[in-house]
Design a protein around this ligand. Structure first.
Ligand SMILES: Cc1cc2nc3c(=O)[nH]c(=O)nc-3n(C[C@H](O)[C@H](O)[C@H](O)COP(=O)(O)OP(=O)(O)OC[C@H]3O[C@@H](n4cnc5c(N)ncnc54)[C@H](O)[C@@H]3O)c2cc1C
Length: 443
């Protein structure tokens, strides 16, 4: 029984009834919300802002498997992977569903003005902030001309800003210069930030949302183009060409400079990651019956009968909210997202204490060599699911009939090494929503 204070709190916040409650607002949770809303479901989305603000904005599908083997075709890579790791999340999803998930997300982002591009079913090569080359699949439009410039090895000037501690155009050229002789670097002061010891990507990005600052920047770059860099074909900047108006910034710079301009991903905090998070959270609100609760789920109870089978308690004390839901998607991420926690005795799943596949002992989490080619076993730890992506409470029993899991909480997906982070998040979100819509929504 509730005491009076608890009852009062519940009266202030009446129960929310939903078809699907999504626990987690990262790439997996937001994608699941998009797919569910597009299918007319009543959705509650919970969770705080996620690791997306740190991510490059690139959407990898599958780039590397096994260690050291890079794949031109992510589809061939997935085939090879699932043969050897049959419990990898991709093994649970039909190829056409993986494809559809990416298309649906890209269509939504393009309609929201945050355009992405893919390259004919193949991975493309993207320049990283370290000057290495990375294979990725769905590329933010502002980075696409960099893919072309790299492909053609066109003469290109990469520019950075004095005071940027995390990104160096010179470093890019010194790493890539031997395979790309036409690459040059230049450093300039960002207009209005000349005296600052440190400048931050978010501040420059916000400044470039204003046309006056774009024109001032263009004037400084024009000076570079009067000397030996006169004939460069492309100009690359760190990925901070506007927080909300990157397309306008690029159009404005291209017009003033008369050359194609592109962005190069930066280390965290990443402006393209922030753009993606903001666009997705803003965009899904426009689609349909969505209630966003930017709070953590504290408890999930299974109800014996009734219109919904899950009772979720969200938030703390005064902010407490009860949700009655027909289905749940668990998309709580790994250690950073707080879906998994590392304890002295092992790795635990934080919310439901689901079993976690993990190395036997803590000493086996990491190889002694930091860059061991096989990666560190801890990075493949996570929860197991059945074929429908339902988390398992024991080797053969799902935790609940209509609970599904998506994203990096799933075991066997060492996403940083395999280059499959966003791909797994998006495709598993799609498959989980599809499984729920076929199985659970009528229950
Ligand atoms: C630095 C960095 C760089 C990256 N670069 C790339 C890249 O180049 N290419 C690529 O494809 N991917 C990249 N990624 C990965 C990608 O952005 C996603 O992080 C990854 O796909 C996992 O997403 P997720 O939704 O599973 O988890 P997360 O993003 O970790 O989200 C977990 C969510 O769950 C919520 N949560 C946890 N517990 C609860 C609870 N009890 N109640 C409610 N909510 C809860 C958290 O608040 C959070 O919103 C990068 C990530 C990082 C961190």
């Amino acid at each position: 029984m509730c005491d009076t204070t608890e009852m009062e709190k519940e009266i202030r916040n009446p129960e929310i009834q939903s078809d699907l409650t999504i626990i987690g607002s990262g790439m997996a949770g937001l994608s699941a919300a998009l797919f569910a809303l597009n299918r007319g479901m009543k959705v509650v989305l919970t969770g705080k802002s996620s690791s997306m603000n740190f991510a490059t904005g690139l959407m990898d599908l599958m780039g590397v498997y096994p260690a050291g083997s890079e794949w031109e075709s992510p589809w061939d890579a997935i085939d090879a992977l699932v043969k050897e790791i049959p419990s990898h999340p991709y093994a649970r999803i039909k190829r056409e569903n993986i494809r559809d998930s990416l298309q649906e997300l890209m269509g939504f982002l393009n309609a929201m003005g945050l355009s992405y591009r893919m390259g004919n079913g193949k991975n493309v090569n993207v320049i990283t902030s370290l000057g290495t080359i990375k294979k990725s699949y769905m590329i933010p439009e502002p980075m696409w001309k960099g893919v072309t410039a790299l492909d053609k090895k066109a003469s290109t000037l990469v520019v950075d800003f004095a005071g940027m501690k995390i990104y160096s155009a010179r470093q890019i050229v010194s790493t890539l210069g031997n395979v790309w002789p036409g690459l040059r670097s230049a450093r300039i002061d960002f207009p209005g930030m000349e005296r600052l010891e440190e400048v931050y990507p978010e501040h420059i990005a916000r400044a470039l949302d204003v046309e006056e600052n774009r024109l001032k920047l263009a004037e400084l770059v024009k000076i570079l183009l009067t000397g030996e860099d006169k004939n460069v074909e492309y100009i690359g900047f760190p990925a901070l060409l506007g927080m909300h108006r990157v397309n306008e910034t690029i159009a404005s710079l291209e017009k003033a400079l008369g050359k194609p301009v592109f962005e190069i991903p930066t280390p965290p905090v990443s402006v393209p990651g922030i753009r993606l998070y903001d666009t997705m959270t803003r965009g899904i609100e426009k689609i349909g019956a969505l209630q966003s609760l930017p709070e953590m789920v504290q408890r999930v109870e299974l109800l014996p009968t009734g219109p919904g089978r899950f009772r979720l308690t969200v938030g703390h004390e005064d902010m407490r909210q009860i949700i009655i839901s027909k289905g749940v998607i668990l998309a709580t991420g790994r250690f950073m997202g707080r879906g998994l926690k590392a304890e002295r005795t092992g790795i635990r799943e934080s919310l439901l204490d689901l079993p976690v596949t993990q190395p036997e002992k803590r000493e086996l989490w990491h190889h002694k060599e930091l860059f061991h080619p096989e990666g560190h076993p801890v990075n493949s730890a996570g929860i197991e699911t059945d074929e429908l992506l339902r988390p398992l409470a024991s080797p053969a029993t799902p935790f609940a009939e209509n609970m599904y899991a998506a994203g990096s909480i799933l075991a066997h997906s060492d996403w940083t090494r395999m280059k499959c982070g966003s791909g797994v998040a998006i495709a598993t979100a799609f498959a989980a929503v599809k499984a729920f819509s076929q199985k659970g929504i009528k229950d």
